[in-house]
Design a protein around this ligand. Sequence first.
Ligand code: MG
Length: 378
Amino acid sequence: MNLAPYAMHAENSRGRRFSEPPHPYRSEYARDRDRIIHSRAFRRLEAKTQVFTTRFSDHFRNRLTHTLEVSQIARTVAAALGLNTELAEALALAHDVGHPPFGHAGEEKLDELMRAHGGFFDHNLHALRIVEQFEQRYLDFPGLNLTFEVREGIIKHSRDYPGDKFPQLAEYDLGLYPPLEAQIIDWVDEIAYNTADLDDAREARLLSLDVLLREVPLFAEHYAAVCSAYPDAPDKLRFNEAIKRVLDLLATDLIETTGQNVAQSAAQSAAEIRKAPSRLAGLSAEAGARNAELKKFLQAHIYRHPAILDDRIRSVRCLEELFAFYLLTPDAMPPFHAQLARKETRHIVVCDYIAGMTDQFLLRQHQERFGASRRSVN
Ligand code: MG
């Protein structure tokens, strides 16, 4: 790999918790990427909702296909910037493994239930526990024994944790930013889901093209250009082409703006990227503002659409009832969690168990415990 000086070079890695001999032909980050792909948590992404449940169609993104899209865009962006594509890919593949069932609604509900016990739920911290403790695959160590930079990227995904509130994360140097390979993931994630959610919303017939054209100039301009170039093409293909152009514009802007920010900072190493006064990956002010309009549209018209909300309310109620059930009856959990619940704080163990569930597994458990499901299982 021909890397820029400010890229994260695998030979400069701070290494793994349990040292291992180097692999003859895979870099440390390539090994991390491969371990993530072979993990159970990664396979479970297939049965976790992104936004739309399979109740509408089998063609929607789930968290696994979303993750693959993020990984594809991340590799492109990383390569264009001279960054370490293997590290970017590992981080992209891991970025959603800590998500509980039922998307953000599930996350909010778990957090609310945990707060009643003086705790909280956070998907980055949960992802870290998955890769450090819950994945049991190897003879020589617990978890996946990932490199420092991948664990750090998991923790520094999409938010900054104040060091005084999270002393347990002190080893991750919370006052420093992560390398660019981690910083781009937040943006790539957003570019991937903003465009994909438009596509899925159209497929679910929840999207009004008129409202979209009125409220999202970024889309409207590309759509108009496509329609005038292809006046007789089917609507669906013109819509897809416009989405593709929006995605391309945002990814290109991310590459160019990040490149300019790095040049202005004069950072010459990953260590200097970490110490820069702010995160250097990002969109230009103009593209950022236009992307924000797209995001606002999705929030106002799609994520809160009654068809999505109804499904979500029923699912989240099942999650809440199961949480209460396992808290009272910890032995109803599998032996690993039941034993843990005797030694450790019970609500945390219950939370971890539920957070690891897929949507369908949770609904099946609910049906087994409470009889007839109040939600029609797809
Ligand atoms: Mg994501």
